[in-house]
Design a protein around this ligand. Structure first.
Ligand code: HEC
Length: 147
């Protein structure tokens, strides 16, 4: 009994430690990544929760300690790659990001812990193929355009 009371007090106390993370940041639609509709659909379904200004933070994203984990993933994800502001990056940076996208979808994105709950975000082999071809193509296009 004593254990559970201590646990409850601990649990309530940690709720005051909040990791800041906004779910909806207003951004200019013009700054969003330009991509064909089928690509956008995949990105929105599988990546936008951590790599855009319009993350959907689930209820457990408000309950510590899980919230620390969920919110810091969103913050870190946005920091390295934000599809809502992708178009504001200089072309050489965009090219690097396309390269990273090509690598990441094969190995580790979306994060496996995210997929435990969001199984619909899992990339099918077909999705992977489509994303890979698209990101490869974009790397080439950017070089051509900037020459
Ligand atoms: C649950 C959150 C989450 C989801 C969903 C997610 N990512 Fe990430 N992603 C991260 C985090 C956190 C990082 C940074 C830390 C790291 O590299 O592991 C990251 C890093 C990356 C990077 C590396 C960027 C760089 O410049 O180093 C790429 C590329 C990327 N993600 C692409 C994707 C793509 C494409 C999808 C969808 C198929 C996706 N991510 C889905 C959280 C996520």
């Amino acid at each position: 009994m004593k254990f559970w009371i201590s646990f409850l007090i601990f649990f309530l106390a940690i709720q005051f430690i909040v990791v800041e993370c906004k779910s909806n940041i207003t951004s200019n639609p013009k700054d969003e990544i330009i991509a064909p509709t089928n690509i956008k659909e995949i990105l929105k379904r599988s990546c936008y929760d951590c790599h855009s200004n319009n993350s959907i933070i689930p209820w457990y994203g408000n309950v510590a300690p899980i919230s620390w984990y969920v919110r810091s993933h969103i913050n870190d994800g946005r920091k390295v790659l934000n599809f809502s502001t992708f178009n504001t990056l200089p072309k050489d940076k965009q090219q690097k990001k396309y390269e990273k996208i090509e690598e990441s979808i094969v190995i580790r994105m979306p994060l496996s812990t995210y997929l435990w709950i969001h199984s619909d975000a899992k990339l099918s082999d077909e999705d992977k193929k489509i994303l890979k071809e698209w990101s490869k193509e974009e790397q080439k296009n950017i070089v051509l355009k900037s020459n």
